[in-house]
Design a protein around this ligand. Structure first.
Ligand SMILES: [Fe+2]
Ligand SMILES: [Fe+2]
Length: 215
């Protein structure tokens, strides 16, 4: 399977805003076995996906509440809340269409490991930056996973179903990087993003490959 363009070697000397789409730079592509495993765990995958969308919406709400003074952020994230909630509803509809039900929310090992990398002390800007980069990373990895599903599943309807999500999440990761650059020095954003990418690759390497999980 051909690797997404953003998995290619990134050039960190380039300006992030101009090149985010090309240099997203996830360091580790998804294990090719994952799509096959996912295709046989449909109900669990859809359930997990539904909660991922729900959490994306609630995290954006939390960011708006916490950073209400940052007007550009408030206005940029408000429509994302609506969009993510729309994604949640799309997944719910898909469960219904297949006579499946929304299962229990599971422990999100991937996201918990990312949260553990966020700076807890120090300057508030550093914590703010980490929150935005965490979101950018989750969006990026989700986008990569949806791309895998949209290319690798047998069912044509489902390939199209995930393609829609892939396109949407691609726009989101760039938004979070661009937001970071609006408030924080670009070189600082770039340097920290590089650290996040390296850390995320280590997380991915440690995680069990499970078809019932988006991550
Ligand atoms: Fe989404
Ligand atoms: Fe998203």
């Amino acid at each position: 399977m051909e690797a997404p363009s953003f998995l290619s070697e990134q050039d960190f000397t380039a300006d992030l805003s101009d090149h985010t789409k090309n240099i997203l730079g996830l360091q580790l592509p998804t294990d090719p076995r994952w799509v096959d495993l996912a295709s046989i765990s449909l109900q669990d995958l859809l359930t997990d996906h539904a909660y991922c969308e729900q959490k994306a919406a609630t995290t954006c709400i939390a960011l708006i509440q916490h950073y209400n003074q940052k007007t550009e952020l408030v206005y940029a994230l408000s429509p994302i809340v609506t969009e993510e909630w729309g994604h949640f509803r799309l997944v719910l509809n898909e469960l219904k269409r297949r006579n499946l039900t929304l299962g229990m929310q599971r422990k999100d090992v991937y996201v918990n490991k990312l949260l553990a990398f966020q700076k807890q002390g120090g300057h508030p800007d550093d914590r703010f930056l980490d929150k935005l980069l965490t979101m950018a990373l989750i969006e990026a990895r989700s986008c990569e996973r949806f791309k895998r599903l949209s290319e690798g599943l047998q069912d044509a309807y489902f390939r199209q179903f995930y393609r829609r999500f892939m396109e949407s999440e691609a726009g989101h990761y760039t938004l979070f990087i661009e937001l970071a650059e609006q408030y924080i020095d670009k070189n600082k954003v770039k340097a920290r993003w590089k650290e996040w990418l390296q850390y995320e690759a280590e997380v991915m390497q440690q995680l069990e490959v499970r078809g019932d999980r988006i991550h």
